[in-house]
Design a protein around this ligand. Structure first.
Ligand SMILES: Cc1ncc(COP(=O)(O)O)c(C=O)c1O
Length: 365
């Protein structure tokens, strides 16, 4: 690691911190990848060098999550937002209903797109509680005839996260995992489809990872545009058209880094430790800091909180910025403060923020 580089305490919600080791490796390889005399960005997506990068990234993701054989791993574009459209476009049939669990703004956006394609239902919603919690599993309602049940595994804006996932039997469970993919082990076999924009835990923006059960591909609606069919991309190993090659290369390097952290178990342990440092300060502040999420629904990725009064909160954000902390403003739609502690945010940054919060309280209480 190059110790002369000053790195910000980066708590951005996405795009967000990438591992320094990965950035340094990319920097080294930028001009001359594998002695090709060019960067990975400058070579054909049909070349041998790129082919290896592409297939290795798929293989590493499969291995980290122990993805069963009957699932495809796809690299698409258009962000998670295009998945809001592609899921119902492919899987919501005219005579069916898709059920959505509403746990925040991103679930609302996903539902809004489904309304363009067919019938929808709310499987549960925590909107009345200002999205402070995830519904309990027995609050979730759906029918066995539903096209699918959709959830958002981590709510980036409100700072809540599912701790266990519903069992939906024959009905495919679809999860937007954009903001907690790769943060902990997950039993992939519970899901029909998992999708995630890369720009939080996976790499730079521009790649969207989709993990989809193969039998669903055959059942998908046929009369839809080629590029928006999952089967188009599954049939061509995500090389139907030019994929975001640099993003996929970076994803592959991030996956190697995750392996070096002890895989998903190791990463999960780090993430718990990091989030605890900050939640402990909130809990021990006698109400000076107030967490938005109910304790049992707290996210280990996005820690949302308020400072005791509005003026002090503004001051907190100003002083935090001066002290070198980046990205602590809450999402523009809800205000407050948010620390995103994704995989690549080092424990030292979380410790520094915890210390800063304690000092700020002492000074201003
Ligand atoms: C949970 C979640 N879903 C979807 C999105 C939208 O992702 P994209 O910008 O990749 O379309 C975001 C973006 O922050 C998100 O956090």
């Amino acid at each position: 690691m190059n110790s002369t580089i000053t790195r910000a305490f980066n708590f951005n919600a996405g795009p967000s911190a990438l591992p320094l080791e990965v950035l340094e490796k990319a920097q080294q390889e930028l001009i001359n990848y594998n002695n090709a005399g060019m960067s990975i960005m400058e070579m054909s997506h049909r070349s041998k060098d790129y082919d290896e990068v592409h297939n290795e990234a798929i293989a590493r993701l499969r291995s980290l999550y122990t993805i069963p054989e009957n699932y495809e791993v796809l690299f698409l574009q258009g962000g998670a937002s295009l998945q809001f459209t592609m899921v119902p476009m492919n899987f919501l049939k005219e005579d069916q209903t898709a059920s959505y669990v509403l746990t925040g703004s991103w679930s609302e956006k996903a539902l809004k797109e489904a309304l363009l394609f067919g019938k929808t239902a709310e499987a549960a919603s925590t909107k009345e509680n200002k999205y402070r919690n995830i519904p309990t599993l027995n609050e979730i309602r759906f029918n066995q005839s539903d096209a699918y049940v959709h959830i958002t595994s981590n709510n980036t804006i409100y700072g809540t996260q599912w701790k266990e996932f519903p069992t939906t039997g024959e009905v495919p469970l679809v999860a937007d995992m954009s903001s907690d993919i790769l943060s902990k082990p997950v039993d992939i076999s519970k899901f029909g489809i998992i999708y995630a924009g890369a720009q939080k835990n996976l790499g730079p923006s521009g790649v969207t990872v989709v993990i989809i059960r193969k039998d669903l591909l055959e059942k998908a609606n046929k009369n839809i545009p080629t590029m928006l069919k999952y089967s188009t991309h599954a049939d061509s190993n995500s090389l139907y058209n030019t994929p975001p090659t640099f993003g996929i290369y970076m994803l592959g390097e991030v996956l190697k880094w995750v392996e070096a952290q002890g895989g998903l178990e190791g990463i999960a342990k780090n993430n718990e430790e990091k989030a605890k440092l900050i939640y402990d300060v909130i809990d021990q502040s006698n109400g000076f800091y107030r967490g938005h999420a109910e304790t049992s629904s707290r996210s280990l990725m996005n820690i949302t909180f308020r400072v005791t009064d509005e003026e002090l909160e503004k001051q907190f954000l100003i002083e935090a910025k001066e002290a070198g902390f980046v990205g602590l403003n809450g999402h523009r739609s809800v205000g407050g403060c948010r620390a995103s502690t994704y995989n690549a945010v080092p424990v030292e940054a979380c410790q520094a923020l915890a210390n800063f919060m304690i000092e700020f309280q002492k000074k201003h209480q």
